[in-house]
Design a protein around this ligand. Structure first.
Ligand SMILES: NC(=O)c1ccc[n+]([C@@H]2O[C@H](COP(=O)([O-])OP(=O)(O)OC[C@H]3O[C@@H](n4cnc5c(N)ncnc54)[C@H](OP(=O)(O)O)[C@@H]3O)[C@@H](O)[C@H]2O)c1
Length: 295
């Protein structure tokens, strides 16, 4: 079957171990999926149609395109960041805690528009898993150009610092701070092989010491710490021209942000801005919509 056809708007590639499961089953035709020649796997639906495209596109990976990894990219701002980066021509490693969620998000994005998304399982609290993915990506790509530390939990509006459950605070730091930290450490060897490495820590105005007030203690402290980590990494990596910045996406209507916030497109745009900074761009900064924020 021809690798390109009307309506085949996006590419969704499985990483190597999963790719072995792929069958030529469904192709995406003019705006709809129709079964391919292998009746054994008919009924697997949209994902199979896209998997067929994977196979049709061949086994080799396009290493000329920037390779960008987004954590927590199965929904919310992470997913939209993955969409926008792919629209700019990046090969996006779309990471989620569960492989099925990563695959579903990649498949959905591929239906909506052009781009290349590769789904990977990555739980940023799983040190062994993070290391293992770094090894896999070394084999698959040999480098990483952009790391977006987006995954986060627990906007704890129900807590106060004076009485916060410290186990809950610790659990929050494990994802929001240590998750980003261990991911940056693990992928640093791959980032060092890029000519234009960028790290974006998706932070929050809640982490700004200047504007900090009471409430949301676990979340606020985790983001203040992430901001501090941003400064540390940026300073240490400046001689290597690896740009590291923290970005607040603003109040955005997601599962975390709740209703009333801005659209994900707007939140992700500021993240993508920091992910695609020119070599002359800033490092060690804190930004919202591309404008500096007070620490
Ligand atoms: N929305 C806002 O108004 C707002 C404002 C300021 C900053 N931010 C920041 O923007 C980023 C994205 O937020 P969002 O609003 O898009 O949140 P969201 O809709 O709740 O999405 C959070 C994402 O992080 C993932 N995640 C959580 N724990 C993880 C782990 N251990 N390993 C890997 N992934 C994990 C979630 O995966 P699961 O689906 O598996 O749970 C989900 O994909 C966060 O850093 C957040 O702090 C958001």
């Amino acid at each position: 079957m021809a690798p390109t056809r009307p309506g085949a708007v996006g590419r969704f590639r499985l990483p190597r171990p999963a790719r072995r499961r792929v069958h030529e089953t469904y192709v995406r035709g003019r705006g709809r999926l129709r079964p391919g020649p292998d009746p054994a796997t008919r009924g697997e639906g949209i994902a199979c149609g896209l998997l067929q495209m994977v196979r049709a596109e061949g086994e080799s990976m396009n290493t000329a395109a920037p390779v960008s990894l987004v954590t927590g990219a199965n929904r919310g701002i992470g997913r939209e960041t993955a969409r926008q980066l792919a629209a700019l021509g990046h090969t996006v490693l779309l990471c989620a805690r569960r492989q099925a969620d990563a695959e579903r998000a990649a498949a959905d994005l591929a239906l909506d528009g052009p781009g290349t998304w590769m789904p990977y399982r990555l739980d940023v609290t799983d040190a062994a898993g993070v290391t293992s993915l770094a090894h896999q990506l070394e084999a698959d790509f040999g480098r990483l150009d952009v790391l977006v530390n987006n995954a986060a939990i627990n906007y704890d509006t129900d807590q106060r610092a004076v009485s916060a459950d410290l186990d809950d605070v610790r659990r929050t730091l494990e994802t929001n701070l240590f998750g980003a930290w261990r991911t940056a450490q693990a992928f640093l060897p791959l980032l060092r092989r890029s000519a234009r490495a960028r790290v974006v820590n998706v932070s929050s105005g809640s982490g700004s010491l200047e504007h900090m007030s009471g409430g949301t203690p676990a979340y606020g402290v985790s983001k203040a710490a992430l901001n501090a980590l941003t400064r540390k990494l940026a300073d240490e990596l400046a001689p290597e021209r690896i740009l590291v910045n923290a970005v607040c996406p603003g109040w955005i209507a997601t599962d975390m942000g709740g209703p009333g916030g801005g659209p994900v497109e707007q939140g992700a745009a500021g993240v993508v801005w920091a992910a695609t900074l020119p070599d002359s761009g800033p490092t060690g900064g804190f930004f919202r919509d591309g404008e500096p924020l007070a620490w």
